[in-house]
Ligand binder design. Sequence first.
Ligand SMILES: [Zn+2]
Length: 427
Amino acid sequence: MTDEFDAYMPELIETRRRIHRRPETGWTEFETTALVAQRLESLGFEVHLGLEVIDPERVMGRSAEEAQQAEERACRAGVPEELLARMGGYTGCVGVLRTGRPGPVCAFRYDLDALPINEPTDPASGHLPAVEGFASVFPGKMHACGHDNHAAIGLAVARWARDHEAGLRGTLKLIFQPAEEGARGAAAMAARGVVDDADWLICGHVGTTAGPGELQIADRGFMATTKFDADFKGCPSHAGSSPEKGRSALLAAANAAVMLSAIPRTSQGDTRVAVGKLVSGSARNITPADAHMEFEVRGETAEANEFMTERAEEVVRGAASMTGVGVDLRRVGQGSTLVTTQAALGLLYEAARAVPGMKVMAAPPCPGSEDCTVLMHRVAQHGGNPGYFLFGCSHHGHHRPDFDTQDTVSDKPGFEMWVQVLKRILG
Ligand SMILES: [Zn+2]
């Protein structure tokens, strides 16, 4: 059975595969941003780029050097210099379609970034992108969370809205957010005010807890989280002849790692702490002068996360001062808990039931973290309605080399869901 949505699918799938082939990690999505911006402009959307939609003061976890290399690579790949200049070194894009008729502002958010993972390229692996010839051409980078599907669906929604503009009112705002992984990008967009006029903000994700044929509506979940980088700066010395002259950054970092794990639990809610990376030292007989540590805390509630965040900062600074070394401690990522409203839930259920052949259900409490929650809180704060849903696919788990979606099957319900929401808000 064919329907009005089938006509959009070939371009959607082609776009998704094009983005999949050239995956870009957080804050380096210059080619992806350019593709999105050019398509939106060709559809008559007003397009805002880079620093127009990103507050550089609130940018987290961005390497200026990596961003510059990516910009040069994008330029070599044919992205017009004029477009790169408009981005001003920062990725991300917002497209606005004003119908000219009074009505609400309806915002949808899509993420753009990939992960530092090596994608299997051997067709014998059975991995669909390898079999069908659209596996990553960038070694060590892969769309292993499905954000390529999100960006492509966002563009299909743009085309649908343009085709049906005569029947719409109010304003459609499509937000293409950089650096979701590590929860680094949303806060900078929120601070720029991109959702401050949004009456509605609907966000979604492929896969996770939703299997094939399922649409799940989320009413709670996600842990609030803060991500940190810490660079300890000690003093080198000969470990045998003058150990007293050294200040060990390694010991400071090691103490911090142990003591972070000893932060007490809190009655304010479930918490997590993880030290995921610690690199230090140069040789056996030299007091280590440098240590680099990456860690994160999480909380079931914003309060629980705030407790962990404050304690973690005290622990790291305390460990440094105890050892007589300096520390540069930076917050490099931030996510919040899921917030929604009865109005948003009602609308999402109604929209989901209009997508034929799908099993509609409540999502289990969302595991992990997702930084669109920062934008959702901002919308809730000014009285708007944030909502979140999942559209299913078959997968072995996100953030793995064998992660896959079945774009020809799984992306259509996702696309339809957003259109059904759009029809209800701006129709
Ligand atoms: Zn994701």
